[in-house]
Design a binder for this molecule. Structure first.
Ligand code: HEC
Length: 463
């Protein structure tokens, strides 16, 4: 227990040695009339006593075995050196061993240097290497070669690999100072995936799907007062950091896993945004892609073929296209197909479409919104429509689609909303569609609304 006093006690010899050195400097430089010789001697005597206490408690603490051996050895011998040099300084002063004032002063200067280095190694032991500049401004860190914190702001979150881009940086910030190749405290290395998975002497670092059997979370979830709590230097894992690691392990702790913004729990998504600036809000894919600009004459040609054309934003060249004629010729359709991958919103409603249009729908691969209301589409057209991977909204109001066609349409992978009023499907058909596809908003004239949404409690309400 007395070893616990070491971190406190070490400050005493430092204080006495610095005081002795300051007084000596004063005498050396100003040569005052008052005789400070005795006062300085007593100061060094106190330094010897304090150093001895620090060394004894330090040796006891070292035996508790919490530290990286190589650093510990250096700190230990430096500490003992401080004690011995203090004794030499004291003896020199009282017995007048060295005649030259300059050389005596040099000896005290040497003592100060050794004390500083000892203190630094002691700090490295308890706070980890690099602790000295940890809280420094970025420019100081870059001066001493320390990296600044990762910045996630301008990043497309879909491209982030959870371990490499989120978890590794967290551990590098909070664990790796004491858990790396050079200082594998407890045998654990947190600087790469396979070492993290493997873990340390007692605990497996990560047990996939079992967060609370994983050392990475077991030790940081102990009470802070517990001796085994991690990290021991006060820079604890934040709530959101903990939650990310927990979710990643629950999901299988794969090294190449990416978060799926659609499946991410609402609460975690909010934490990611608030604390790490990671925006996992699901967004239409076209906001994440950036197609090259289109030649202005292409847009002109579309307009003269009877389409209303708008870009999706000032710097976004995806297109919103609306037909203004009541018959679309094969020729004007070909013009659309030339720029098919640019079109994310297409409105062909109230028009008679050529037969070729139906199979060609698949070429509009980036479509998010498709309006086919009051057109001559058929159930078989829906087989093509359902292969549009990004389509979120589909309007087939006032068409001759049957239940079979609607069923096909509802199988589109990203579909969120469909308008099915005035189709050949009966109220009973629509009610059953709504029931079987509760994740999709089916808007249709059915009075037999099946109550699915109200009975479902969402995650956030339950919390
Ligand atoms: C200031 C240094 C320091 C920091 C920072 C630190 N640790 Fe440790 N860690 C140690 C020491 C020393 C040990 C060995 C003694 C012990 O087990 O308590 C250890 C042991 C462990 C062990 C037990 C390994 C085993 O199998 O025995 C785990 C797990 C662990 N740390 C996780 C972490 C995690 C996770 C972080 C970051 C959130 C972290 N540590 C940050 C110093 C540190």
């Amino acid at each position: 227990m007395i070893s616990r006093l070491h971190p406190l006690l070490v400050h005493l010899p430092i204080g006495f040695i610095v005081l002795g050195f300051l007084l000596e400097t004063y005498v050396f430089v100003r040569k005052p009339k008052v005789d400070l010789h005795k006062a300085i001697n007593y100061t060094y005597l106190a330094a010897i006593a304090a150093s001895a206490m620090a060394v004894v408690t330090g040796l006891l603490l070292a035996n508790a075995g919490k530290f990286t051996p190589s650093d510990l050895q250096i700190h230990k011998w430096l500490g003992i050196a401080v004690l011995i040099i203090s004794i030499i300084v004291y003896l020199n002063r009282t017995l007048n061993l060295i005649k030259s004032d300059r050389q005596s002063y040099g000896l005290s200067l040497f003592l100060i240097l050794i004390v500083s280095v000892t203190g630094h190694f002691g700090g490295t032991l308890t706070h980890g290497p690099g602790y000295l500049f940890e809280k420094s401004p970025i420019w100081v860190k870059s001066l001493v070669g320390m990296d600044s914190k990762a910045d996630f702001t301008a990043i497309d979150t879909d491209s982030l690999i959870v371990f490499r881009d989120i978890i590794q940086p967290i551990m590098d910030q909070k664990c790796s100072r004491c858990h790396n190749q050079k200082y594998p405290s407890g045998g654990l290395i947190t600087t790469d995936y396979s070492s993290v998975l493997k873990g340390g002497e007692d605990l497996q670092g990560v047990v996939p799907r079992k967060p609370y059997e994983s050392g990475l979370l077991i030790r940081p979830s102990l009470p802070v007062e517990d001796e085994r709590f991690m990290p021991p230097d006060g820079r604890v894992l934040g709530h959101s950091e903990f939650a990310i690691i927990e979710y990643w392990i629950e999901q299988g702790a794969d090294s190449s896993m990416r978060f799926d913004s659609k499946k991410l729990p609402e609460q975690l998504r909010a934490l990611l945004l608030r604390d790490l600036n990671l925006d996992y809000t699901p967004r239409p894919h076209y906001l994440k892609l950036a197609p090259d600009s289109l030649a202005p004459n292409v847009l002109e040609q579309l307009r003269s073929a009877g389409f209303e054309v708008n870009t999706m934003g000032q710097d976004n060249f995806f297109l919103d296209v609306r037909s203004t004629s009541d018959t679309i010729s094969g020729e004007s359709l070909d013009k659309l197909i030339d720029v098919a991958s640019y079109i994310v919103q297409l409105d062909l409603s109230d028009a008679y479409l050529p037969d070729s249009a139906f199979a060609d729908i698949v070429k509009f691969k980036n479509l998010v919104k498709l309006d086919l209301h009051s057109t001559n589409i058929s159930d078989s057209t829906m087989a093509y429509v359902s292969s549009l991977n990004y389509m979120e909204v589909l309007n087939v109001y006032n068409t001759t689609l049957n239940l079979q066609g609607l069923e096909l349409a509802l199988s589109a992978p990203s579909l969120e909303t469909i308008y099915v009023w005035k189709t050949n499907a009966s109220d009973v058909d629509i009610a059953s569609l709504k029931q079987r596809h509760s994740g999709i908003n089916v808007f249709g004239a059915s009075n037999l609304t099946v109550q699915t949404d109200t009975t479902k409690t969402s995650d956030s309400e339950r919390e």
